[in-house]
Design a protein around this ligand. Structure first.
Ligand code: FES
Length: 123
């Protein structure tokens, strides 16, 4: 079995995080190389599926977390940017309240397999 083997070199073959470190309904922050650049990502787990976005708020380009890996979730179940309170739907990353209403987080395709989250193969 060669999963979790980063020596293969391809970005898509490096596990971002194991599922046991990402509780259902919770967030994680990970670093990944996207298009050749090191980026911070926010991961959100919803049961057996995981969604990922760049950890960059469309309002002013700040990180969404108030400390590395510490994300705010509103009572309504929205991801809230720690900088100025923009609130994003977890289903699609669209901002529904705050200073960048109508804009959206940039999604990053990921797969869940072998108990871990992986960057999806480039298309
Ligand atoms: S940078 Fe996120 S709300 Fe301003």
């Amino acid at each position: 079995m060669d999963s979790l083997n980063p020596s293969e070199g391809a970005e898509a073959r490096v596990a971002l995080v194991t599922l046991d470190r990402l509780p259902n309904g919770g967030f994680a922050e990970v670093e990944a190389v996207i298009d050749g650049d090191a980026e911070s990502l926010v991961l959100y787990r919803d049961g057996d599926s995981v969604r990922a976005w760049l950890n960059i708020c469309p309002h002013a380009g700040r990180r969404l977390d108030w400390a590395p890996g510490q994300f705010l979730k509103s009572r309504e179940g929205l991801l809230v940017c720690a900088a100025h309170g923009a609130s994003f739907q977890l289903a699609d990353g669209v901002c529904v309240a705050g200073p960048c209403r109508g804009e959206a987080l940039r999604p990053v395709p990921v797969d869940v397999r072998d108990g871990a989250v992986w960057l999806a193969a480039a298309t």
